[in-house]
Design a protein around this ligand. Structure first.
Ligand code: HEM
Length: 338
C-alpha cells in the first residue's frame, strides 16, 4: 500500500518527520557554528540557521495535520511530553525571531537570545527521546522525484522568507553582525553589558593581592599595564550583542617564552579556562583597560583577554594564569563543561 501525500509540499507523514529531524540537527549545528566560526565567517552558519528555522516553521501545519493528530488519537501518555517538546521548539523559534528583529530583548537575565539558546539545548535530550520512541524509519522510496522537488521548494520558500526579512530589517536601518548580534554601547565601555559563563560569578578584585602568573611566574600587573598599546576590536557576545571598544592591550605572544608547548591555556579566577593554539597567541591580547581607563569589575578587572575575530566566550575575564601545554586546542570542548 502506498502512503498518499496529503499536503501542498507533497510530503508523506514519514517524510515530514524525517525532514523535521534533519532540520533540528541542522539548527543545532548551525547555531553552534555561528558561535565557533571566526567572526568573518560566522554569517554562513547564521544564514543557514535562519533559513532552516523558517523551513521548520513552514513544516508546522504539516506536522500538526500528520503525526500529531494521529498521536493524539492514539492517546499514549507520553504524547504530553512530545507536546512539551513541540511547544519548547516553537517558543525557541519565536524568541530567536524576536531577538533577530529587535522587537523584544527579553527581561533582565532572561534575554530573548539566552532563553532561545536554553530551549535549543534542553531540546536535544527531548529530541533524542522523541526520535528513539517514534522512529521515522526513512526508506529509499522516500527519495522520489516529487519529494525532492518539494524539499527544494521548501528550502526556496525558507530562503525567500529569510531574504524578505533581511531586506525589511536593512530598510529599518538595523545593523546586525554576520553572527546576528546587535550593536550596543560602542566606544561607551561604561554602558557595555557584562556577561559571564553560566555558573561563574564576578570575583572580588583586590589589586594589591591579585596574582597573575605567566608560565608559573608572578608578574606585576602595574608594570604590564604601562606597556599597553591601543587597539579597536569588536566584542561579540553569544547573548546576541556586540560592542566595539578601544582596548588597552599587550600582545600575549610578547609575554611568552620560547619554551615548547602546542597550546596556551588561559585561566580565570573563576576556574573557567580555554586553550588557544600557540600560533594564535599573536592574535590574542592581555587587556588592562579601555580608552585609558581601567576595566570595570564586571568587564574582567584587573586583566582580561581580548581575542579579536572570536566570540565572547574566548574573551576570558579576571585572568590569573597563563601556561603552555601540549594539549591540542582543537581537541577541547566547544565551550567549557564547568
Ligand atoms: C532546534 C533549536 C533551534 C531552533 C528551532 C532555532 C531557530 C531560530 C530561529 C527561527 C531564529 C530567527 C532567525 C531569523 O529570524 O532570521 C534563530 C535565531 C538565532 N539562533 Fe536559533 N534555533 C535553535 C537553536 C539555536 C542554538 C543551539 C543556537 C546557538 C548555539 C542558536 C543561535 C541563534 C542565533 C545566533 C540567532 C540569531 C541569528 C540572526 O539574527 O541572524 N539557535 N534561531
Amino acid at each position: 500500500m502506498s502512503v498518499q501525500p496529503s499536503n501542498r509540499f507533497a510530503f508523506t507523514a514519514r517524510q515530514v518527520n524525517v525532514i523535521l529531524e534533519i532540520l533540528f540537527v541542522v539548527l543545532i549545528l548551525s547555531g553552534l557554528g555561528s558561535w565557533l566560526l571566526a567572526l568573518d565567517n560566522a554569517w554562513i552558519a547564521a544564514t543557514i540557521h535562519s533559513i532552516a528555522g523558517f523551513m521548520l516553521v513552514l513544516m508546522v501545519p504539516l506536522k500538526l495535520r500528520g503525526s500529531v493528530m494521529t498521536g493524539f488519537k492514539r492517546g499514549r501518555l507520553t504524547r504530553w511530553l512530545s507536546t512539551i517538546f513541540g511547544l519548547m521548539l516553537l517558543s525557541g523559534i519565536v524568541l530567536g525571531w524576536l531577538h533577530t528583529t529587535a522587537i523584544w530583548w527579553g527581561i533582565g537575565y532572561w534575554s530573548a537570545m539566552w532563553t532561545h539558546l536554553l530551549l535549543g539545548f534542553t531540546g536535544i535530550p527531548l529530541f533524542l527521546w522523541h526520535t528513539a520512541t517514534r522512529p521515522s524509519k526513512p526508506k529509499l522510496v522516500d527519495l522520489d522525484r516529487r519529494a525532492l522537488l518539494s524539499a527544494a521548494g521548501l528550502a526556496g520558500a525558507g530562503a525567500v522568507v529569510y531574504g524578505t526579512q533581511e531586506v525589511v530589517l536593512a530598510a529599518t536601518d538595523q545593523k546586525r553582525a554576520g553572527t546576528g548580534s546587535h550593536e550596543i554601547a560602542s566606544f561607551e565601555p561604561e554602558k557595555m553589558p557584562s556577561m559571564q559563563w553560566i555558573n561563574d560569578t564576578a570575583p572580588r578584585v583586590d589589586l594589591d593581592t591579585w596574582d597573575l602568573r605567566i608560565e608559573g611566574e608572578s608578574v606585576e600587573i602595574d608594570a604590564l599595564a604601562e606597556q599597553t598599546e591601543r587597539m579597536v576590536a569588536w566584542l561579540d557576545c553569544t547573548d546576541g550583542w556586540r560592542s566595539q571598544q578601544r582596548w588597552d592591550v599587550v600582545p600575549l605572544d610578547r609575554l611568552l617564552s620560547d619554551r615548547p608547548g602546542r597550546s596556551v591555556k588561559v585561566t580565570s579566577a573563576t576556574g573557567y579556562s580555554r586553550l588557544f593554539d600557540r600560533s594564535d597567541a599573536k592574535n590574542v591580547y592581555l587587556c588592562f583597560g579601555y580608552d585609558g581607563k581601567p576595566l570595570q569589575r564586571g568587564h574582567g578587572a584587573p586583566v582580561r583577554l581580548v581575542a579579536p575575530n572570536r566570540r565572547g566566550p574566548w574573551w576570558i575575564k579576571w585572568v590569573v594564569d597563563i601556561e603552555l601545554t601540549d594539549r591540542r586546542a582543537w581537541l577541547q570542548l566547544p565551550f567549557p563543561a564547568t
